[in-house]
Design a protein around this ligand. Structure first.
Ligand code: GDP
Ligand code: MG
Length: 171
């Protein structure tokens, strides 16, 4: 993972968004430290972690931002300074839902509306259906997610922060 003496060619800001408890912080823990915890603490405020990747012989530092428990409050107060600071300069957004909680998927259009209102039109958006280790509790089919991803022009993957499935690929 990180080597601080390394020369950095690019810094890319990535934001994680989605309802509370979908697994944003655990996905971040996997990216940044290859860790996972089942008793994840609610995130306070905003924080970011970095991970340096080598892409086409350039070293790219991904600065990945994670946000607090009252995420939905953002939507009701778009254009507050906190919201715009969170999104400012982001080149990629990971929009995450929980495949076992239908309402976290049904809220995706609202998240997209906020995201598109706050970011550059060239932002890359990847939809992640997290917790796909919980197949028995699935409430959102892969087909439904693919359909919205296609309609909205999003990349799409199902992930498991717990089992580390597709987390690397998403980044
Ligand atoms: P956040 O509010 O979106 O940051 O969600 P957290 O990352 O804090 O995760 C909420 C809860 O879901 C925690 O208990 C995590 O351990 C659990 N969790 C996160 N990702 C996964 C996953 O891929 N599979 C399973 N089974 N649980 C997960
Ligand atoms: Mg969190």
């Amino acid at each position: 993972y990180g080597d601080s003496s390394q020369k950095i060619d690019y810094v890319f800001k990535v934001v994680l968004i989605g309802d509370s408890a979908v697994g944003k912080s655990q996905i971040l823990a996997r990216f940044a430290r290859d860790e996972f915890s089942l008793d994840s603490k609610a995130t306070i405020g905003m924080e970011f972690q970095t991970r340096t990747l080598s892409i086409q012989r350039k070293s790219v530092k991904a600065q990945i931002w994670d946000s607090a428990g009252q995420e939905r409050v953002f939507t009701m107060k778009t254009s507050t300074s906190v919201t715009s600071a969170y999104y400012r300069g982001a080149v990629e957004a990971m929009l995450i839902y929980d495949i076992t909680k239908r309402e976290t998927f049904d809220y995706i259009p609202r998240w997209l509306q906020e995201l598109r209102g706050q970011t550059d039109k060239n932002i890359v958006i990847i939809l992640l259906g997290n917790k796909n280790d919980l197949e028995d509790e699935r409430a959102v089919s892969t087909e439904d997610a693919k359909e919205i991803a296609e309609q909205e022009g999003l990349f799409f993957l199902e992930t498991s922060a717990l089992q580390s499935t597709n987390v690397e690929d998403a980044l």
